[in-house]
Design a protein. Sequence first.
Length: 658
Amino acid sequence: MIKLQVKIILWIFIISATFLCGAQIENINSNELLAFEDFLRAQHLKHALVLAPGPGPGPNWSRQIENYKRLFANYRMQFFTPQRGVQFQELFYYEAPRTALLVAAFEGEHVKRWVYEAASAGGYFNNSQAWFMLGKCQTNRTDEQIIRLHLSAYNISIDADITVAMSVPQTTNWLLYDVYRVGQDTLLRVESKGQWSPSGGYKLWENFRGSWLRRRSNLGNITLIGSTALIEKPAGMDDLSYLSNNKDLLQLDPMQRKTFQLFLLIGRMYNLSLEVRFRETWGQLLPNGSWTGVMGHVTSGEVHFAVCPIRFVTERHRYIQYTPVLHTQLIHFLFRHPRHSSIRNIFFEPLSTQVWWCVLALVVGSAMLLMLHVRQELRLQQQQQQHLAQPVERQMSFVWFTMLETFLQQGPSTGQFQLPSTKILISASCIFSFMLMQFYGAFIVGSLLSDTPRSIVNLQALYESSLEIGMEDIAYNYELFTNTSNQLVRNVYSKRICRDRQHNILSIEEGAKRIKFGGFAFHTAIDRLYRLLNELLDERLFCELQEIMFSPPYLGASVLPKSSPWREYLNHAVLYLGETGLIGYNDKMWTVPRPDCTLFKDAEVEVDLKHFAPALFTLVLAMLVSSTVFLLELLLDWLKARAKATARWRENGMFLHL
Ligand SMILES: *[C@@H]1O[C@H](CO)[C@@H](O)[C@H](O)[C@H]1NC(C)=O
Ligand SMILES: *[C@@H]1O[C@H](CO)[C@@H](O)[C@H](O)[C@H]1NC(C)=O
Ligand SMILES: *[C@@H]1O[C@H](CO)[C@@H](O)[C@H](O)[C@H]1NC(C)=O
Ligand SMILES: *[C@@H]1O[C@H](CO)[C@@H](O)[C@H](O)[C@H]1NC(C)=O
Ligand SMILES: *[C@@H]1O[C@H](CO)[C@@H](O)[C@H](O)[C@H]1NC(C)=O
Ligand SMILES: *[C@@H]1O[C@H](CO)[C@@H](O)[C@H](O)[C@H]1NC(C)=O
Ligand SMILES: *[C@@H]1O[C@H](CO)[C@@H](O)[C@H](O)[C@H]1NC(C)=O
Ligand SMILES: CC(=O)N[C@H]1CO[C@H](CO)[C@@H](O)[C@@H]1O
């Protein structure tokens, strides 16, 4: 509650190192305050801090407050006199509005002791505060020298917003100076910024109208330290030369090297040099609240930022801040799509189950019809006493085989039947079978030649398919599959992946090998997998690859310590590189070239064993059935013979008895 109040209240403190007589205070203060008001307006600020004179309330303090109230009628004010230094930490809580601070005499010992030192130690000479300091010129020194003399000792950061107004002798005008420091141990930079006069108001030179980032973009070759995680690298190669390598070793994870190229561009953009420190991991939160890996480097302030992308994870936000997106990691399922995905085998493919039943019904129906015809034929033959080469028989098998011959386009011999009705039946069956066979054969050939449409294109289809499903053994995969409200995703994990954990949760290299073997869908970073598969698969197999995406891609960005002065620089640089297309270009440089599968035609038509197996299986089954029946027949014959023998023996025996 207190903090909320603070937010809407204008804090006014008054600082003045020297005690002047009442009339003088009135005179100088009105000009100072007019300038300060112009400053506030130019900076679009609503909150201000004016420091009180001396450690306690001075003479005429309440009168001055009245004056200020009149002057700043638009603002709400509260008055406060610091007793023992300014408690910046309490005044500028997290996300406090940007506040202006007025220092009426910037060279005073009292200000140095109670204000500057506190601000410097706490790092408050940054962009959260806009300082307005008033100073007096000296005849034997330049303004720059005076400013450097008084402010050089303090930690002033690159994004500091300090305006020092130096009085111009014999006038009521001030010259305005911009003060900041590029690096920790570099010279304080003091640049002329504009001027203020009672008549002309607050005037800035042309180049100070834009953003401070543009003006301060030449960092004078200072060295900033970046951190990166190198997880895999070839033996015998030192870290930095591997990181800068952008030509070969493309089969290794390129992510860090890819973004490092962007940081080299950023370095050139701001005229800075990079020093890179290496870690083995991205970083894990330890129970005692510290981090390992790159995150540890950044949170401890050992480095200025990460030069590798770090994934957006909620728990990291409390410790660091992110830049805009540097890298997009696509994480998909990848597998070789089976040529024919249905369970039914290729030989039944052309017709639907219903149609097959109809065909069977037709064959049986016409066979039964033929039986009636055959009866009539036999009667006719008996009447005419004809002796044909292939006489019509009255048995079931004769009818069945005749019908089969007709349907399989062998046809019964021409002179066998004499009745016109039988001939019509046989002809009709022949024509029907001709049409069916033409269609069937053409479909089989056609389906082998053409690329059948893919049916496993979403997670549901993958879940229902006969493919084995696995994933890379990496932290985010577990999180993705278990920490989700999507029931299907959880089913895929619990029922398919975990059905055989050891076999399905693999390293990316093993996963690539199993994908090559086929019948296996693997969930991992797609770019790295393509790199491996590029070497393992030939063009034909590569074009069979199918991706399934069910989660949005992972985004990664560089990270900086909280309230780092380099934040604006990196943000600006990353957005700029994105806008000019350089990030896209860099991404393109680092993606694997893939064969153009639209041009790729199946050169050789082949039916693989998997699809042919049902036919073989049926044949073997038929052979088995046939030989079993054969054995049964032998047995029956033998039994019959034995029965006969027994009967004869019995007869003989009885004969003997008699
Ligand atoms: C500057 O900041 C560092 C920490 O960032 C601190 O140790 C040092 O005392 C500060 N220097 C001054 C003069 O306040
Ligand atoms: C400049 O003049 C001031 C008094 O106005 C004096 O204290 C100071 O020592 C002089 N500095 C130099 C470098 O002469
Ligand atoms: C970068 O900074 C160095 C050191 O200040 C300077 O010599 C060099 O000219 C600068 N380069 C550019 C391109 O401004
Ligand atoms: C910039 O600094 C790096 C190392 O800090 C140095 O190798 C390089 O020569 C410097 N470049 C310029 C232009 O001064
Ligand atoms: C946390 O623990 C790690 C080792 O477990 C240690 O290296 C580190 O210094 C500890 N950090 C703190 C802040 O205690
Ligand atoms: C996912 O994990 C986070 C913390 O790691 C937790 O807050 C959130 O509730 C989890 N979501 C689900 C759907 O389990
Ligand atoms: C300025 O520094 C303070 C204290 O270090 C910090 O809380 C604040 O976020 C910083 N502001 C910016 C804009 O970096
Ligand atoms: C303008 C004004 O009221 N000035 C007063 C400031 O305080 C001194 C005494 O401390 C008075 O003498 C002045 O009149």
